[in-house]
Design a protein around this ligand. Structure first.
Ligand SMILES: [Zn+2]
Length: 158
């Protein structure tokens, strides 16, 4: 099996925004981003309810954003619960999405009310949400990583 993301040294991986891969689809390039919210194997991963709520809010924000809605292909949690995958149309770098990620995380930090699409008809596990915990994780990631993001948080360790 040759999966590029499995070759990254997860013991040295920091939190940040990384280009996981780029794929050609017909004439287009799509860029898969690794939005790494937790340090793998160093700190506890996210709670399942928190990352589930984060998924709903991230998808809603990106699909409603004037600039990014049409470029947003996919938003989903990593199985290891240390981050999210976001796929955008275009040949993009980490720097290209710092602003939209800042806005997305701010939206979640400030979100109040009912989690979107979290009724039983709309969600596969509607009881498994935790808005307060999602907001807490987003605030931590924003303050400690996103706000003053550095090169080492945008390039995979060599
Ligand atoms: Zn859901």
């Amino acid at each position: 099996m040759n999966v590029a993301s499995f070759t990254i040294d997860h013991d040295r991986l920091l939190r940040g925004i990384y280009v996981s891969r780029k794929d050609r689809v017909g004439e287009e390039t799509v860029t898969t981003f690794d939005i790494r919210i937790k340090r793998p194997n160093i700190e506890p991963c996210m709670d399942t309810a928190a990352i589930h709520t984060l998924e709903h809010l991230m998808a809603v924000y990106l699909r409603g954003d004037e600039q990014w809605a049409d470029r947003t292909i996919y938003v989903g949690p990593m199985g290891c619960r240390t981050g999210m995958y976001v796929i955008f149309k275009g040949d993009l770098s980490s720097e290209d999405i710092v602003d939209i990620m800042k806005r997305t995380f701010k939206y979640i930090i400030d979100f109040e009310g009912d989690v979107p699409a979290a009724a039983s008809k709309e969600c596969g596990n509607y009881l498994d949400h935790n808005l307060e915990y999602a907001r807490w994780e987003c605030r931590k990631f924003y303050d400690e990583v996103l706000e003053n993001i550095k090169e080492e948080n945008m390039n995979y360790p060599m």
